[in-house]
Design a protein around this ligand. Structure first.
Ligand code: GTP
Ligand code: MG
Length: 554
């Protein structure tokens, strides 16, 4: 807040002083940039949740006229924002200026009569609009559908090849992949719709998104991780009064917090399965380390994971968000590395022995902490900057770190993205994985406490390894691909933009080259390579590039 004050003060000052120095203007820009733009995650969540509460999701007949729809909706209240997207037909997200608009709209909505079937009479904010007077014969041409998924890799490679520098390619990739404002609104709306169902049991509950939907590293089409928050009811973190009223007599008891979570999720799962509009394929995965419900929310197309009592994951979401906001290079590098990893099958949408996106993100953060000077601070440094309000201990784990961005002093590091990407590959191509573990709390590699091939310390539950699932083969593939990519980035061939001209196909170059199928066929055993000197390694890599042999089936 001290910095905010300075900004306001300067602004007043500049209004009254006609001439202001160049340095003062620069200073002001820096300060406003730091205080504007950046919102703490909590503020952002509250804002988005509130918008979602005033919104409805309407499935429309294709060809519905935008003008007529708007006119129809406006009869119920002021419409603040609306947009369209395609998923099993045309859909509209409509945000009213107040909840009265929603109430008025719902009052006029009828539950349809269906032949040969009966319906559960549950009135939700998921609506379908039929026969809005005459539907336009020719669909209005101006109607824009907001994309809800990323472009295919081939198309991305083409688009990136048109850029003029690798830095620009990295920025462009991030812009094309990241969650849009509309997609984010849709995610919060789905949480809000699901909350209405869960509220049948727990009227004061909220459902909050976490993970990549909100941590700044999500790409269009990523899954929707949610967290059923009952803390406002359970009074978690609230001091027990010495005297007064307790809701003792109506409380059920369970043997552990885990058992409570399991039974809560079990009934919500039943409820979503039977009454949840649009929820299909509900699976209860209650015996996992973190019990969850998995289902598809059909009208939005989101693959959903709903957990409860998952406060540590919420904290790691906050931490990732904070790191992403500190320097634009953080998110750009993470997007690029995640995209590269996906293109080579290092990560997968199916759970298994693969490296997860979360692990990969932590690896990028660690790398950025290891730059000289460091681009981002260590978690211990962030903890030392924390104020009393930031204190957080969850199940005995210290999750404290500073939430006020303005307290964080960054070191001056001006390395270009292209250079950082190359250095990232170099760093992990030669990282001593067999002995050392990745630790973003200390920002320094630590001796490995266990034998897992890849050890990445969980930042908050420090006894856990977030990449425990990764097997030696997958780690070897990752390392081999890092070697290959760092080598590719050193070649003039890779680094020269290729022409294409208007309308022509562009030859892949730069980052696009790194996204093409790997030339390291089958990726040879690392043991053999380890005994060879570096020059030999590069030679064999060169040979494999010259004579690509067919990929081994795995
Ligand atoms: P996507 O692949 O885009 O979905 O990335 P994500 O970050 O959302 O990952 P995922 O859906 O697998 O997990 C959601 C969140 O749960 C992550 O952002 C983390 O906060 C947390 N999480 C995931 N995996 C682990 C893990 O192995 N350990 C811990 N402590 N937290 C995890
Ligand atoms: Mg996720």
């Amino acid at each position: 807040s001290r910095r905010t004050d300075t900004v306001i003060h300067r602004r007043v000052g500049t209004n009254t002083t006609a001439a202001r120095t160049e340095s003062a203007r620069r200073d002001e820009n820096v300060l406003t940039e730091e205080t504007n733009g950046r919102k703490c995650l909590h503020t952002l969540l509250v804002e988005r949740q509130e918008q979602a509460e005033r919104s409805v999701l309407i499935s429309c007949q294709s060809g519905t006229s935008e003008k007529k729809l708007f006119k129809f909706l406006s009869k119920h209240g002021d419409v603040e924002k609306y947009f369209f997207y395609e998923s099993y037909g045309m859909n509209a997200v409509v945000e009213f200026a107040s909840r009265d608009g929603v109430a008025s709209l719902l009052e006029t909505a009828t539950i349809p009569a269906v032949n040969h079937e009966s319906l559960v009479p549950f009135k939700s904010r998921l609506l379908s609009l039929r026969n809005l007077s005459s539907v336009d014969a020719n669909p209005p041409s101006g109607l824009q559908f907001q994309p809800q998924s990323t472009v295919p890799t081939n198309e991305l490679i083409q688009r990136l090849s048109q850029e003029e520098s690798i830095d620009q390619q990295i920025i462009s990739l991030t812009e094309q992949y990241q969650i849009t404002d509309e997609n984010s609104r849709l995610r919060f709306l789905v949480c809000s719709l699901l909350k209405d169902v869960a509220a049948a049991y727990f009227p004061e509950c909220t459902i909050k998104p976490f993970g990549s939907s909100v941590n700044g590293f999500g790409k269009l089409g990523c899954d929707l991780d949610m967290f059923l928050d009952l803390d406002s009811i359970s009074g978690w973190n609230v001091k027990m009064p010495k005297s007064g009223l307790f809701t003792e007599y109506q409380m059920k008891r369970a043997s552990s917090e885990r058992a409570v979570t399991q039974s809560v999720l079990s009934v919500i799962g039943e409820c979503l399965d039977h009454f949840g509009p649009g929820c299909v394929g509900v699976q209860k995965i209650l015996n996992a380390r973190c019990p969850l419900l998995r289902f598809v929310h059909q009208p939005s197309g989101f693959q959903c994971d709903l957990t409860a009592n998952n406060r540590v994951a919420m904290k790691s979401t906050e931490l990732l968000y904070l790191y992403g906001e500190l320097d634009p290079r953080v998110r750009r590098l993470v997007f690029t590395v995640r995209c590269w990893a996906r293109a080579h099958g290092i990560t997968s949408s199916i759970p298994g022995a693969w490296i997860s996106n979360f692990s990969l993100t932590v690896m990028v953060l660690f790398f950025l902490q290891k730059r000289n000077p460091p681009i981002i601070p260590t978690l211990d440094q962030l903890r030392d900057l924390a104020g009393p309000a930031d204190k957080s201990v969850i199940e005995g784990n210290d999750c404290t770190f500073v939430s006020d961005f303005t307290k964080i002093q960054l070191r001056r590091n001006t390395e270009a993205l292209e250079h950082l990407l190359y250095e990232f590959f170099e760093f992990y191509a030669t990282f001593p994985f067999s002995r050392m573990s990745v630790d973003i709390r200390k920002g320094k590699e630590q001796n490995k406490p266990e034998v897992a091939p890849l050890h990445i310390q969980n930042p908050f539950e420090t006894a856990l390894n977030v990449s425990k699932n990764v097997n030696a083969t997958q780690l070897e593939r990752f390392v081999a691909l890092c070697q290959e990519s760092s080598w590719l980035l050193q070649q003039n061939e890779t680094n020269t933009p290729k022409g294409g001209g208007a309308g022509k196909v562009h030859t892949p170059w730069g980052l696009s080259t790194l996204l093409l199928p790997s030339q390291v066929a089958g990726i040879k055993s690392r043991k053999r390579r380890k005994r060879e000197p570096a020059s030999e390694r590069i030679k064999s890599l060169l040979d494999s590039l010259k004579n690509p042999s067919p990929k081994k089936s795995s």
